[in-house]
Write a new protein. Sequence first.
Length: 326
Amino acid sequence: MSKLVSIIVAIYNVDQYLNKCIESILSQTYENLEIILINDGSEDNSKLICEKYLAVDDRIILINKTNGGVSSARNRGIDTAKGDYITFIDGDDYICKESIETMVKCIEQFNVDMSVCGYRIFSEEHNVSKISDDSETNTIMSSKDILTEIFKNNKVNGFLWNKMFRRDIFNSIRLPEDMDICEDLYIVCKILRNDLNIYYTSKSLYNYRESVNSVTKNIDKLLLKDGTIKYVDAFNKISELLNNDKDIVKLIRIRKVKVIMETYYLMIKNKYKNKLATTKIYEELHKEKKYYLQNKNIPTKLKVAFTLFIFKLYMENLFTNRSIYE
């Protein structure tokens, strides 16, 4: 008999997309599923939609809880899961028909601990779509291989939703409920601290909806009260988590600087005013200046952008009383 797969779906106010998400799960070619719907205090019709499907498919488990965030919802799902394998889907996304079957085959055929797939990013608002990896890659990778890929490019990435795990990986691991950015990346890195074998296929089996209301588009949600970029705080925690691997820590350091520059660019583009944030950004970039500019692995165009940004920030902080962000 085929192994049981627990699919954990975190749901919060996604009623306009939820039918498509659940239908994509119910239509899987792999049928031995435990479908755990976690309604995280939705205030729209998400609960009613879940109840509709609960009544027609006995593979579905519905859990209604007070809103606690996506990590809290996923942890509740992990606590509930009885499957041999665990995977995650966001309530506004959907998966391809053969997704679960392919991911299970990857684990069982190659006797690995995890499987990772490619994905498609789409936006119905802007009528665009792109895939994460067009290389047609199918290969076994180590934990360090995956970590290296996560921090060097966007093909593998640190999301939970394009991965399937053996159940025992979560015996003593849960998502951090005090993080609202990079919580996926943090838990994936925590898992990959262990010496695991992973099968990676570049097939785009997961469809990720890029929303115009995404946290990455809302600058206020990217900042702590003191102006610190939440990504910086998250990357510092991840660096501490992986501090035994100097090679990976170096990659994290480079990625952190790139994320800082991307956030600053977002602020400039949207004429966002926050003096605390610009000061914190300048401090972070100035601290990394020598390391970043002397690193031979960083493309020249990024070094040029770094230099321009730090000069602009320097001028703003030099004339604080006349800052354009006042």
